[in-house]
Design a protein around this ligand. Structure first.
Ligand code: RB5
Length: 152
Protein backbone atom coordinates (compact mmCIF):
# COMPACT_ATOMS: atom_id res chain seq x y z
CA UNK A 1 0.00 0.00 0.00
CA UNK A 2 1.18 3.56 -0.67
CA UNK A 3 0.72 5.82 2.33
CA UNK A 4 1.14 9.61 2.52
CA UNK A 5 2.01 10.98 5.96
CA UNK A 6 2.29 14.44 7.47
CA UNK A 7 2.57 16.09 10.87
CA UNK A 8 2.95 19.46 12.53
CA UNK A 9 5.46 20.32 15.29
CA UNK A 10 3.17 18.60 17.82
CA UNK A 11 3.23 15.33 15.90
CA UNK A 12 6.46 14.90 13.97
CA UNK A 13 8.16 12.73 16.60
CA UNK A 14 5.37 10.17 16.38
CA UNK A 15 5.46 10.46 12.57
CA UNK A 16 9.14 9.57 12.68
CA UNK A 17 8.25 6.34 14.53
CA UNK A 18 5.36 5.49 12.22
CA UNK A 19 7.32 5.93 8.95
CA UNK A 20 9.89 3.14 9.62
CA UNK A 21 7.15 0.98 11.16
CA UNK A 22 5.06 1.20 7.97
CA UNK A 23 8.13 0.45 5.85
CA UNK A 24 8.91 -2.59 8.02
CA UNK A 25 5.39 -3.84 7.18
CA UNK A 26 6.22 -3.53 3.47
CA UNK A 27 4.39 -0.29 2.68
CA UNK A 28 5.63 2.58 0.54
CA UNK A 29 5.59 5.84 2.48
CA UNK A 30 5.74 9.41 1.22
CA UNK A 31 6.60 11.82 4.03
CA UNK A 32 5.34 15.40 3.66
CA UNK A 33 7.00 16.68 6.86
CA UNK A 34 7.36 18.55 9.06
CA UNK A 35 10.79 17.68 10.39
CA UNK A 36 11.52 20.66 12.60
CA UNK A 37 11.02 21.97 16.13
CA UNK A 38 9.65 25.31 14.96
CA UNK A 39 5.95 26.11 15.07
CA UNK A 40 4.10 25.27 11.86
CA UNK A 41 0.41 25.20 10.85
CA UNK A 42 -1.30 21.80 10.67
CA UNK A 43 -3.56 22.64 7.66
CA UNK A 44 -0.41 23.10 5.56
CA UNK A 45 0.50 19.46 6.19
CA UNK A 46 -3.02 18.08 5.95
CA UNK A 47 -3.31 19.60 2.46
CA UNK A 48 -0.63 17.65 0.51
CA UNK A 49 -1.49 14.38 2.25
CA UNK A 50 -5.20 14.73 1.42
CA UNK A 51 -4.37 15.76 -2.15
CA UNK A 52 -2.34 12.60 -2.60
CA UNK A 53 -5.28 10.50 -1.43
CA UNK A 54 -7.99 12.27 -3.43
CA UNK A 55 -5.79 12.20 -6.56
CA UNK A 56 -5.31 8.45 -6.15
CA UNK A 57 -1.55 8.88 -5.75
CA UNK A 58 -1.72 7.41 -2.24
CA UNK A 59 -4.03 4.66 -1.01
CA UNK A 60 -4.28 6.18 2.48
CA UNK A 61 -3.09 9.14 4.51
CA UNK A 62 -1.94 9.50 8.10
CA UNK A 63 -1.85 12.90 9.86
CA UNK A 64 -0.48 13.68 13.31
CA UNK A 65 -0.64 16.81 15.45
CA UNK A 66 -0.63 17.34 19.21
CA UNK A 67 -4.22 16.20 19.71
CA UNK A 68 -5.10 14.94 16.23
CA UNK A 69 -8.09 17.27 16.34
CA UNK A 70 -6.74 20.06 14.13
CA UNK A 71 -5.56 17.56 11.54
CA UNK A 72 -8.89 15.74 11.49
CA UNK A 73 -10.83 19.00 11.12
CA UNK A 74 -8.57 20.15 8.27
CA UNK A 75 -8.60 16.77 6.51
CA UNK A 76 -12.39 16.48 6.59
CA UNK A 77 -12.72 19.78 4.69
CA UNK A 78 -11.28 18.03 1.62
CA UNK A 79 -13.89 16.55 -0.69
CA UNK A 80 -13.48 12.78 -0.81
CA UNK A 81 -11.63 12.53 2.49
CA UNK A 82 -13.08 10.53 5.36
CA UNK A 83 -10.74 11.13 8.28
CA UNK A 84 -11.08 9.63 11.76
CA UNK A 85 -9.23 10.74 14.86
CA UNK A 86 -8.47 7.47 16.63
CA UNK A 87 -7.08 6.79 20.10
CA UNK A 88 -8.02 3.13 20.64
CA UNK A 89 -7.74 -0.12 18.72
CA UNK A 90 -11.49 -0.84 18.65
CA UNK A 91 -12.16 2.43 16.84
CA UNK A 92 -9.23 1.80 14.47
CA UNK A 93 -10.91 -1.42 13.35
CA UNK A 94 -14.46 -0.06 13.38
CA UNK A 95 -13.71 3.07 11.38
CA UNK A 96 -12.27 1.02 8.54
CA UNK A 97 -15.01 -1.62 8.74
CA UNK A 98 -17.91 0.87 8.98
CA UNK A 99 -16.69 4.24 7.65
CA UNK A 100 -14.10 3.23 5.03
CA UNK A 101 -11.86 6.03 6.33
CA UNK A 102 -9.02 6.92 4.01
CA UNK A 103 -7.14 9.20 6.41
CA UNK A 104 -6.16 8.45 10.02
CA UNK A 105 -5.49 11.27 12.49
CA UNK A 106 -3.47 10.69 15.66
CA UNK A 107 -2.56 12.91 18.62
CA UNK A 108 1.06 12.59 19.70
CA UNK A 109 0.36 14.36 23.01
CA UNK A 110 -2.54 12.02 23.75
CA UNK A 111 -1.68 8.56 22.40
CA UNK A 112 1.58 6.86 23.37
CA UNK A 113 3.79 5.40 20.63
CA UNK A 114 3.09 1.73 21.44
CA UNK A 115 -0.68 2.17 21.18
CA UNK A 116 -0.28 4.46 18.15
CA UNK A 117 1.62 1.77 16.22
CA UNK A 118 -1.03 -0.83 17.12
CA UNK A 119 -3.73 1.58 15.87
CA UNK A 120 -1.83 2.20 12.63
CA UNK A 121 -1.38 -1.52 11.92
CA UNK A 122 -5.03 -2.34 12.58
CA UNK A 123 -6.26 0.65 10.59
CA UNK A 124 -4.03 -0.18 7.62
CA UNK A 125 -4.90 -3.88 7.60
CA UNK A 126 -8.67 -3.75 8.19
CA UNK A 127 -10.75 -3.80 4.97
CA UNK A 128 -14.02 -1.93 4.51
CA UNK A 129 -16.90 -4.35 5.14
CA UNK A 130 -18.81 -3.15 2.06
CA UNK A 131 -21.90 -3.87 4.13
CA UNK A 132 -25.10 -2.55 2.58
CA UNK A 133 -25.97 -0.38 5.59
CA UNK A 134 -22.51 1.16 5.70
CA UNK A 135 -22.39 1.79 1.96
CA UNK A 136 -25.79 3.51 2.19
CA UNK A 137 -24.64 5.74 5.06
CA UNK A 138 -21.46 6.70 3.23
CA UNK A 139 -23.56 7.59 0.21
CA UNK A 140 -25.54 9.96 2.46
CA UNK A 141 -22.28 11.48 3.70
CA UNK A 142 -21.15 11.95 0.09
CA UNK A 143 -24.49 13.61 -0.68
CA UNK A 144 -23.93 16.12 2.16
CA UNK A 145 -20.47 16.82 0.76
CA UNK A 146 -21.90 17.44 -2.71
CA UNK A 147 -24.60 19.73 -1.37
CA UNK A 148 -22.64 21.80 1.12
CA UNK A 149 -18.96 21.54 0.16
CA UNK A 150 -18.48 20.99 -3.55
CA UNK A 151 -21.83 22.57 -4.45
CA UNK A 152 -22.61 19.91 -7.08
C1 RB5 B 1 0.00 22.82 18.27
O1 RB5 B 1 0.37 23.46 19.43
C2 RB5 B 1 -1.35 22.15 18.43
O2 RB5 B 1 -2.34 23.11 18.53
C3 RB5 B 1 -1.61 21.22 17.28
O3 RB5 B 1 -0.59 20.28 17.20
C4 RB5 B 1 -2.89 20.43 17.34
O4 RB5 B 1 -3.03 19.78 18.55
C5 RB5 B 1 -4.11 21.14 16.94
O5 RB5 B 1 -5.21 20.60 16.93
Amino acid sequence: MKIAIGADHGGYRLKDEIVPFLKSLGHEVEDFGCDCNGSVDYPDYALPVCEQVTAGKADRGILICGTGIGMSIAANKHAGIRCALVGDTFSAQATRDHNDTNVLALGERVTGPGLALDIVKIWIETPFSNGERHVGRLKKVADIEKRFITGE
